[in-house]
Each structure stands twice: as structure tokens, then as C-alpha cells.
Ligand binder design. Structure first.
Ligand code: AP5
Ligand code: ZN
Length: 216
């Protein structure tokens, strides 16, 4: 399956991506995760991306597209993939067509996770990510994580720099202006399926797997 996840910041894309990718045995490719790995590794790409990420703006298309082209060309993506966080504007969507066309393939389905802004703010203000295994937790919804230690691997949990209230508000504006036009774009191509992303993580996973299985 060749799948794109779309939805506002905090919709649960990263959380669901882990379960969906496991279920369909495909690699999860998150542009946000790749940028964050570059930031912590101190690479040139990381230094460039950090300025944009900290402001809640999109990293320039040229950089992001080249990175995705390289990643999709790797052998593990040949039989399918889940893209989390890409494309993020219509220009990137056309570039994705071109990348996949060059690889002799195309996209199967785009899954939109729908949540309201109030829930987004609640989710992002309590988000904690494991430095070691990357698992995403929430201090309220996963109450055992309040001690700052990952239940899966014992790693240290950290709060993302871009989860401060003001940056979150800006990321929501960027989503509304630049990313949400993708909903119409993929609807017009009959590639969009939608899931209500309010509810427990397990409920949302179940809904997502159901619509994806039907769409595949
Ligand atoms: P990115 O990392 O993609 O961030 P985002 O799209 O803003 O999405 P988030 O990761 O914030 O949220 P999510 O939907 O994954 O939610 P999560 O599962 O963590 O991008 C970061 C930055 O990188 C961008 O701002 C940009 O600068 C750059 N970038 C990335 N891609 C780019 C691109 N293509 N082009 C240009 N720039 C790009 O869940 C959130 C919280 O809610 C967690 O605590 C979780 O535990 C909790 N939660 C999840 N589901 C539930 C549930 N059902 N019930 C209760 N809590 C839940
Ligand atoms: Zn961990």
C-alpha cells in the first residue's frame, strides 16, 4: 500500500502512523522525524530546517522534496510506504506524483485524520516523545508517562520545541492556508478517505484500518 496521512498538527498522524505501518508491513516515512533526526545530529540539513521548524513554518519545498525523493528511492519503500507529513502543500503533491511516476508507481490512498482545534491544543500541550525509540506519549492520556520515562524502552521523554502555545497557533494557520487545500485536491482525484480522529488511540486505529482495508 502507498499511503499518505494528512491532518492538522496534533491530529495523531505520528501516533497512528506507527500502528498503521505495522499493520500493513510498510515503512513509516515522516518528514518531521527525518528533520528532527537531522537537527539532533547537527547536520547542515538540520541547521537549515531548525529555523523553520522552531517558527512553525514549512521548510522550503526544494529541500524537503529532494529529501523525500531520496527516501522513496530506498529499497524498503519499493513495495509500499506510509508518508506522514508529506505532501504538505499542493506543489509538494505534484512533486510526489512526479517522484512516484519516475519510480513507475503511484499513490493508492490519502487518509485524513479529522480533529477540532481545541483537541489539537490539548494534545500538543501534553505531548512527550521518547528520545530513544521515538514513541509518542501524552502526559494526561498516558498517565504512566508523567514521570518522564518511556514505558516501552526506558528512554528519556522530551517536549518538542515547536509545541509552545504561540508556535502551535501559527502551525494551525499554516495548516489552514497551505496544507488543507490538499483535501480538495485528493477528493477531486477520488483518493481521499476520512476518519474521525476523536476517541481513544485504539478506536482511531481501528477506524483507520477499516477504511484503508476497504479502500485498498
Ligand atoms: P511534523 O512533525 O510533521 O508535525 P505536525 O504535522 O505539526 O504534526 P505533529 O507531529 O505535531 O502531530 P501529529 O499529528 O503527528 O500528532 P501526534 O501523533 O504526535 O512537522 C514538524 C515541522 O517539520 C513542520 O512544522 C515543518 O517545519 C517541518 N516539516 C515537516 N514536514 C514538512 C514538509 N512536508 N514540508 C515542509 N516542512 C515540513 O499526537 C499528538 C499528541 O496527541 C501526542 O501526545 C499523542 O500521544 C496524543 N494523541 C494522539 N492520538 C490521540 C488520541 N486518539 N487521543 C488522545 N491523545 C492522542
Ligand atoms: Zn522509548
Amino acid at each position: 500500500m502507498r499511503l499518505v496521512l494528512v491532518g492538522p498538527p496534533g491530529a495523531g498522524k505520528g501516533t497512528q502512523a506507527e500502528f498503521i505501518a505495522d499493520r500493513f508491513t510498510i515503512p513509516k516515512i515522516s518528514t518531521g522525524d527525518i528533520f528532527r533526526a537531522n537537527v539532533s545530529g547537527g547536520t547542515e540539513l538540520g541547521k537549515l530546517a531548525k529555523q523553520y521548524m522552531d517558527a512553525g513554518d514549512l521548510v522550503p519545498d526544494k529541500v524537503t522534496i529532494a529529501m523525500v525523493r531520496d527516501r522513496l528511492g530506498e529499497p524498503d519503500a519499493a513495495a509500499g510506504f506510509l508518508l506522514d507529513g508529506f505532501p504538505r502543500n499542493v506543489a509538494q503533491a505534484y512533486e510526489l506524483d512526479s517522484i512516484l511516476g519516475d519510480l513507475g508507481t503511484s499513490l493508492d490512498v490519502v487518509l485524513e485524520l479529522q480533529v477540532d482545534n481545541e483537541e489539537v491544543v490539548r494534545r500538543l500541550s501534553g505531548r512527550r516523545t521518547c528520545r530513544k525509540c521515538g514513541h509518542i506519549w501524552h502526559v494526561e492520556y498516558d498517565s504512566t508517562q508523567a514521570d518522564g520515562v518511556c514505558d516501552k524502552c526506558g528512554g528519556e521523554l522530551y517536549q518538542r520545541d515547536d509545541d509552545q502555545a504561540e508556535t502551535v497557533r501559527h502551525r494551525l494557520d499554516v495548516y489552514a492556508e497551505q496544507t488543507s487545500p490538499l483535501i480538495e485536491f485528493y477528493t477531486n482525484r477520488s483518493q481521499l478517505v476520512v476518519v474521525d480522529a476523536i476517541g481513544t488511540v485504539e478506536d482511531v486505529t481501528e477506524r483507520a484500518i477499516r477504511v484503508l482495508t476497504a479502500a485498498a
